[in-house]
Design a protein around this ligand. Structure first.
Ligand SMILES: [Zn+2]
Length: 759
């Protein structure tokens, strides 16, 4: 045995030893109840951060249950991470002077897939470095064929049950690029723009976007604002540029009384904040800007004529129709002045503007058709399951948050206008939907945007559109067919993909191969789901909803919400603060065991855990202490001291330590059952270091009792190794292997040795 424990010299060989013995795979011959955990899937092309290291909680649980003899499995997998991955890929593209708009959808998808494949695998290696006993033979990638098959069948069932519908939803749209962008892709710049103060019935409102006022549907003020209190709930008459309109004044906490005059116009179709406010107050969503960034007054011109409208207003609508937003502002400024409703213009107003990261064009928040899921029928059973205790939360306080979110029943927009992800399995007939708007690369590789019926009339062929297709936009009431394959020649595919939470929300179904997979039958519902509290709603609640919806059973019985890892001062780690701790660097310096137990000891679930090098160093020393005790025992053994059968009546010092060992076993087992990982870690540290090493060992060093002391020490220490193994698997297994060589222990692997029972 080496004189000191150098983690690097042992870690990979111990991991290989476990793998060679198939120790990560469940022993399905056991008749005990299976224990299973699914690893929250990291992004396939990610690298490990401190948050991933917190999955040590899961490794502790599975190592412990495995030693207790339960058929145990911990299943790994990786996520495709939709937007984020596509965004990273596009940054690569732009370095080569290219952009996504130069590729048809399929080519772009294939290229991203190749990029992800090339850049994945690192995270797996890093999870192994931490000692995680994941069953790699069962790993799943979010775009595996079986995943897509199951996600499609869920979608089909949702459609059949009437839980899917199409409706308009506000997105970031660049009229110049002709596409939607993720929030991530939107740049925010500070810019000076005129702030218009416009008379609005009895009020004055301030706006940088006067051109959208034609589609205002309400006014809103803060409920406590004394200036507007008496108006709340009342209708006011507003003279607009196209004649008088009547609007209700709403109360909304979200209105900033300090902005402008403290009262705002609500335009749900052209502002994300107004859109949300509109949803809350059930307001209509009417657009006035089209996808090419032009003013669209057809709604007005279709319903107004010389018989029912003043000529002045009609002429204005005709004049405005089809103009760009920029030109529109110039045109309407004159009319505002002419009507005497422009109060003033603040030319020095500076504000944050969303612009396209590609073209710098202003981002136009537009309302476009999207796919939605009705939440109420899914959320109600999910709430009921928690109320009935079928799924429980640790710590319990998170249960309240879970209900608060589900109770809102806000329908879920599940479509994303990107290629990287699972395409929504829907097709549109061009015959039944002549208005489909398509963007495609024609045979000459030029980007063409237009209505499909017009394009086909202009000698573009279906084949050309299909091959070069980038994006398709169908109206909210378009006729569609749900199918995994193309239903016929005249069909074009939906180009939207599912929100990543739609597929990751089915993780328990897809990893276990619902409905006929052997793993599904064996391990569903899984035992524990452990993740950080911040995705309780996004992910955990959705898995519960989908699990119940598809199988009638919750996907896991316990939800454990672990801590966020912070720097030593308790601050969130961020690149900008420069306080990011790279777990792999820590492992290289102090070993994986030291990092693992540092993340657990001193933590309380759901609360931040501060990680410092000093702390990790302390536990590295603890690992060394274990190694030294092991070495001491081996040296004694080599010198001829033997294990004997202990007499019934033991000396007091032996009896005391064995009694304390027994109560420690009881304490650790009970703490793990209650998810009190920190209590367990601290007790083990105290027992081994203080009671075993400092007290017992020191006192008995000079004993020459023919083996009683030695036998007691070996029993105490090997039992401690078992208890410590889930926390510090490498050093404990390394010592165990040395002991095994000299027959100090019988079981060949500590990892699969039997968990101690208290006597
Ligand atoms: Zn753009």
């Amino acid at each position: 045995m080496d004189t000191a424990f150098i983690p690097k010299d042992h870690e990979s060989s111990m991991y290989a030893l476990w793998e060679q013995n198939n120790a990560f795979q469940p022993d399905l011959k056991s008749t005990k109840k299976p224990f299973s955990i699914l690893l929250p899937p990291p992004n396939a092309n990610a690298s490990l951060h401190a948050g991933h290291a917190m999955y040590v909680i899961e490794d502790i649980l599975v190592r412990w249950k495995r030693m207790q003899g339960y058929p145990t499995v911990w299943i790994p997998g990786t996520d495709h991470a939709g937007y984020e991955t596509q965004y990273v890929y596009e940054k690569q593209l732009s370095k080569q002077g290219k952009s996504r708009f130069e590729f048809d959808r399929q080519t772009l998808y294939d290229d991203v897939a190749a990029f992800v494949k090339q850049n994945s695998g690192l995270i797996e290696e890093q999870l192994k470095v931490l000692g995680f006993s994941l069953d790699w033979s069962r790993k799943t990638f979010m775009l595996d064929e079986k995943v897509i098959r199951i996600v499609y069948s869920t979608f089909e069932k949702l459609v059949k049950d009437g839980l899917v519908y199409r409706d308009n939803y506000i997105v970031n749209f660049c009229p110049k690029c002709g596409t939607t962008f993720a929030d991530l892709e939107v740049n925010h710049i500070e810019r000076k723009d005129p702030l218009y103060y416009i008379k609005y019935g009895p009020f004055t409102i301030a706006t940088v976007r006067p051109e959208t006022k034609f589609r205002d549907v309400a006014l809103a003020a803060h409920p406590k604002d004394p200036r507007y209190k008496k108006w709340i709930g009342k209708k006011v008459e507003v003279l607009g540029l196209l004649g008088p309109v009547s609007m209700t004044v709403l109360a909304d906490e979200g209105v900033d009384p300090k902005f402008g005059t403290g009262i705002m116009k609500v335009t749900p179709a052209h502002d994300p904040h107004d859109f949300a406010l509109g949803k809350k107050h059930n307001l209509p969503v009417d657009s006035i800007i089209d996808t090419r960034g032009r003013m669209d007054f057809s709604w007005y011109l279709n319903t107004h004529n010389e018989k029912n409208t003043e000529v002045k207003y009609l002429d204005r609508a005709k004049k405005y129709h089809g103009k760009s937003v920029k030109d529109m502002r110039v045109l309407m400024l004159e009319d505002l002045k002419q009507d005497g409703i422009l109060e003033k213009i603040d030319e020095n107003y500076t504000h944050s503007v969303a612009v396209c990261y590609k073209s710098d064009h202003d981002i136009e928040p537009l309302v476009l058709p999207n796919w939605f899921i009705r939440m109420k029928p899914l959320a109600e059973p999910a709430m009921k399951a928690a109320k009935e205790g079928l799924v429980t939360f640790v710590p319990k306080r998170f249960e309240k948050q879970y209900y608060q979110w589900l109770e809102k029943f806000i329908d879920w927009p599940i479509s994303r206008q990107i290629v990287w992800g699972i395409r929504i399995p829907v097709w549109y007939s061009v015959k039944e939907n002549p208005d489909l708007e398509v963007t495609f690369l024609n045979a000459k590789h030029e980007r063409v945007i237009g209505k499909v019926s017009e394009l086909l009339a202009q000698h573009n062929t279906m084949q050309e559109i299909t091959d070069g297709l980038q994006q398709l936009r169908a109206s909210a009431n378009a006729k569609f067919v749900v199918s995994d394959k193309k239903p016929g020649e005249e069909y074009l595919p939906e180009t939207d993909t599912f929100d990543t939470w739609f597929s990751s929300g089915q993780w328990p179904l897809t990893t276990l191969d619902y409905p006929n997979g052997k793993d599904f039958k064996t391990f569903y519902p899984t035992s524990v789901l452990d993740t950080m509290w911040d995705i309780l709603f996004f992910w955990v609640a959705r898995m519960i909803m989908f699990g119940l919806y598809m199988t009638g059973e919750v996907p896991f019985k316990t939800v454990y919400l672990h801590s966020m890892v912070t720097d030593e001062k308790g601050q969130k780690m961020s690149k900008s603060k420069g306080n990011v701790i790279n777990p792999i660097e820590i492992v290289n310096e102090f070993g994986a065991d030291a990092l693992r137990i540092s993340l657990v000891a001193g933590s309380t679930p759901g609360n931040p855990i501060a990680l410092s090098k000093e702390k990790v160093k302390g536990y590295r020393n603890f690992g060394n202490k274990l190694w030294n005790i092991g070495r001491y025992i081996l040296l004694q053994h080599e010198a001829g001291t033997k294990i004997i059968a202990l007499p019934k009546k033991l000396d007091k010092e032996h009896a005391t330590i064995l009694k304390s060992l027994s109560s420690t076993v009881k304490y650790i087992t009970s703490a793990l059952e209650k998810y009190r990982f920190s209590d367990a870690a601290l007790r083990l540290h105290g027992f081994v270091w203080d009671e075993c090493a400092n007290t017992y060992l020191e006192k008995t060093k000079s004993n020459t009792d023919g083996g009683e002391t030695f036998t007691t020490l070996v029993r105490v220490f090997t039992t401690s190794l078992k208890l410590l193994h889930p926390f510090m698997p490498f050093v404990t297994e390394s010592i165990w292997q040395e002991f095994s060589k000299t027959h100090l222990v019988d079981e060949p692997l500590l990892m699969t040795a039997e968990w101690p029972k208290s006597v």
